[in-house]
Design a protein around this ligand. Structure first.
Ligand SMILES: [Zn+2]
Length: 337
């Protein structure tokens, strides 16, 4: 099975953005209301049966294609059964995103009858302006009553002040475990890897085009969802770990991203072929961040340019990246959910 180019899959959301995605992909600028592009998606937006699914160039949805030949796509050893267990997004914040968090797998199973939570990882692809920051984790431990009070009164100042505010630049990475409070600042283009779900708890909605009081708690009520937030202080060494990468595993041009605890949810490599980089046989989603070159596999080759997104099925066999490229290779979890 040949590598499959993934056409753009723009997603309308309640916040503004999209121009940085269009610029990355070399497309005309849109209306600033599609701030995400879901890449290789078998995931639907919360409450929808179809919105969010990726389409292949032949018109099929990715789940249709996967169902027709699961083993060719995922390989016999894939840990998560018949699901890639991975969602990759391009995310352009043209305004600061509200403070929020995501539930973990245990909560998702107990309350929503779904196997995946939403631990996520960010790779910063562009950072423009003075507000190109991320907010990640609590600076001090917060009692549940205080958190509930900030949400009830929509005390944005208190919520933001409680979080670590971290200036960022292109190349930075962050692992964001489920439960961790966070927000993304204005001016950031991020490639996000995450569990394949769309489960968010909004703590802030004042000034955004969404009614969080109605739609911010997954239909469960804040009394049920707020206790799933991690209210402990994020210690400096923990924060350092969330930002850390991995020791070089010896493959030239390959940088492994995210700390080992992220492996249960997704894995990622930043590859700069020097000038060629071999790719082991594995299902993956490629995002070309910069440059031009090509992907070679046993099943065929594909030219690559900035902004291209490609699904590499297991059955493409071993491969290689060639050229002046910066590619993010996104991989499924290493452990069963
Ligand atoms: Zn998030």
């Amino acid at each position: 099975m040949r590598p499959l180019p993934l056409p753009p899959n723009p997603m309308p959301r309640f916040y503004r953005g999209g121009s940085r995605i269009a610029a990355l992909r070399g497309l005309p600028d849109g209306d600033d209301r599609a701030p995400e592009d879901w890449v290789g998606s078998v995931t639907t937006a919360f409450g929808s049966a179809v919105v969010g699914l990726s389409h292949l160039e032949d018109g099929r949805t990715l789940p249709e294609a996967l169902a027709s030949d699961t083993e060719a796509f995922l390989g016999p050893e894939h840990v998560a059964g018949r699901d890639p267990a991975l969602l990759v997004k391009l995310l352009d914040a043209n305004e600061r995103l509200p403070v929020h968090f995501h539930p973990d797998r245990g909560f998702a199973r107990r309350h929503l009858d779904t196997p995946f939570g939403k631990s996520e990882g960010w790779v910063v692809a562009a950072a423009e302006g003075a507000d190109a920051v991320v907010f990640l984790g609590l600076r001090e431990t917060v009692e549940l009553e205080a958190l509930a009070d900030w949400v009830e009164r929509q005390d944005t100042a208190a919520l933001l002040a409680a979080l670590n505010r971290i200036p960022t630049e292109p190349g930075d990475t962050f692992f964001v475990p489920a439960g961790t409070l966070h927000a993304i600042g204005e001016g950031l283009l991020i490639v996000e890897l995450q569990e394949p779900s769309d489960l968010s708890v909004l703590l802030e909605w004042d000034g955004f085009q969404i009614d969080g009081r109605a739609d911010g708690h997954l239909g469960l009520g804040f009394g049920t969802v707020l206790p799933a937030a991690d209210r402990d202080r994020l210690q400096p060494d923990q924060l350092g770990r969330l930002r850390a990468g991995r020791v070089d595993d010896g493959r030239p041009g390959v940088e492994r991203l995210f700390p080992p605890e992220a492996d249960a949810f997704f894995r990622a490599e930043r590859i700069r072929p020097a000038p060629s980089c071999p790719l082991p046989q594995e299902f993956s989603i490629l995002v070309v961040l910069d440059g031009a070159g090509r992907l070679e596999t046993e099943a065929g080759e594909l030219p690559l340019g900035r902004g291209a997104t490609v699904l590499v099925p297991w059955a493409a066999g071993e491969g290689a990246l060639e050229g002046q490229l910066e590619v993010l290779r996104c991989l499924p979890p290493a452990e069963r959910a």
